[in-house]
Ligand binder design. Structure first.
Ligand code: SDX
Length: 428
């Protein structure tokens, strides 16, 4: 039986349908509110507003649940690979052996960049931020080839998805090599996704880099855990751009830019910077937390808090374990991990953080893993974008395949000047 919310304004009662999602979450459908009442709703930051219905990812922030296409993140982190998870997110089912092999073949086939694109790396200043390079280079892909994907044409989408997911590795590694004055290393057809990336990052013309199984596994898991996360800032940006029917590359380039900020994907870099500063300046975890709690310092515990999770981010628990295992396997004693854990233990027992429901998020431990692998600090957010690419593509596809899709065009509450008369400059 249909359910309705009743809104009474100026003596009028408006009945707004209540929709129920797969997991029982409920939403008031206000899509006809303005035509019925002339009213709009206002929700700065969209914390209470659903922008869409989606089949890709489910999050329960109170229970700390994250599922990609119904599969719990814990299951995928344990059993799946990044390439298989990417396929799942984009096409909605775990690939068969044949589908997996075909997708892998496409990733191998499309791993190189057009030779003229390699010249861009010489033009970027060596101290360019890799996220600026990444967004520029992804957009530049469409200067060579504008993705032609008809709605519902999964075969075409698979090709362009493979191009993006494969080339983002090559762009990331090439920007790193250029920044350190080493020759760009080309992808190898015999290496799987993560090992090929590590090869392009750390091999030299005269010395092959061989990734250890532990490093490959940890990076694979890192990418799986970052692959999608519902309507976060960057994914919502991709959907916004997709709704205007800009091409897939343009939309994902916008996603890279949206991810860059320290409140979003830039937080993994800020966590390590925070820990390094504490170590350098001899600030104890408790002293740091005291600084955070004193608002006049305007300081945040980076890697803590979330717009949705009011409980543990399930990804942070998995990453914590992965960081431990990797450091043990590599016989690395990284003091930052110990400091991070001490910070978390103190914060989780401190009323200031408990009252505000602040828990470790995906970024809190991820930097420790990237450090152990040897990824430079300024590339941590690039690694996040590499992981998130399948989620952006899956969300782009939902918009693109929807025949009735409207362009995203939120309204506003105008609070600026009333109508004013023109005043000539001499009279101002
Ligand atoms: C990601 O959306 C996603 O899904 C994102 C993501 C994904 O996978 O795409 O999960 C990835 O972006 C994770 C978040 C990474 N960012 C950080 O770790 C940066 C540090 N965290 C924050 O700045 C903050 O927690 C946000 C931005 C993540 C969430 O901000 P909210 O929910 O809008 O919280 P808020 O700003 O309204 O703060 C509520 C209260 C405030 O205190 P009071 O004014 O009530 O006294 O909590 C405080 C805030 O000052 N607070 C923090 C804090 N985060 C919030 N205090 C100290 N340290 C923090 N980290």
């Amino acid at each position: 039986m249909a359910e309705y919310a009743r809104l009474e304004v100026d003596g009028h009662v408006y009945e707004l349908p209540i929709l129920t999602g797969t997991e029982g979450e409920r939403a008031v459908d206000i899509s006809k509110l303005r035509t019925q009442s002339g009213l709009i709703t206002l929700d700065d930051g969209y914390g209470n507003t659903g922008s869409c219905s989606s089949e890709v990812t489910f999050i329960d922030g109170d229970e700390g649940i994250l599922r990609y296409r119904g599969y719990p993140i814990e299951t995928l982190a344990e059993h799946s690979s990044f390439v298989e998870t990417a396929y799942l997110l984009i096409f909605g089912h775990l690939p068969t052996q044949a589908e997996r092999e075909h997708f892998s073949d496409l990733l191998t086939e499309y791993s190189a960049l057009h030779e003229s694109m390699m010249k861009h790396f010489d033009a970027f200043p060596t101290n360019s931020h890799p996220m600026a390079i990444m967004s520029a280079m992804i957009n530049s892909l469409s200067t060579h080839e504008r993705p032609k994907i008809e709605p519902g044409d999964d075969a075409a989408l698979e090709i362009y998805a493979a191009k993006l997911i494969s080339k983002i590795r090559t762009i990331a590694a090439a920007s790193y090599k250029s920044s350190i004055g080493q020759p760009i290393i080309y992808p190898r057809p015999d290496l799987r996704y993560v090992d090929n990336f590590l090869h392009m990052m750390f091999s030299l013309p005269y010395k092959e880099y061989e990734a250890s199984p532990e490093v490959s596994h940890a990076l694979n898991m890192f990418l799986v855990l970052h692959a999608d996360h519902e309507q976060n800032c960057s994914t919502s940006t991709v959907r916004m751009v997709a709704s205007g029917e800009a091409n897939l590359y343009a939309a994902c380039s916008a996603g890279v830019v949206a991810l860059w900020g320290p409140k979003h994907g830039g937080a993994n870099t800020e966590v390590v910077t925070m820990l390094q500063r504490m170590r350098r300046e001899g600030i104890s975890p408790q002293e740091f937390l005291n600084q955070v709690k004193d608002k006049k310092n305007n300081r945040r515990l980076m890697g803590f808090g979330h717009r949705v999770y009011r409980n543990f981010d399930p990804r942070s628990k998995i990453l914590r374990g992965a960081a431990d295992r990797l450091l043990t396997a590599m016989k690395i004693d990284d003091p930052l991990l110990g400091m991070a854990q001490e910070l978390a233990d103190l914060a989780l027992n401190d009323d200031y953080f408990v009252e505000r429901k602040l828990y470790p998020n995906v970024d809190f431990y991820s930097g420790v893993i990237l450090r152990a692998i040897g990824i430079p600090l300024n590339m941590y957010t690039v690694m996040f974008s590499m992981g998130r690419m399948p989620g952006w593509i899956a969300n782009w596809k939902e918009i693109h395949d929807n025949p009735g899709q409207k362009i995203y065009r939120p309204r506003q509450l105008y609070v600026g000047s009333e109508k004013r008369e023109w005043v000539p400059r001499h009279a101002r």
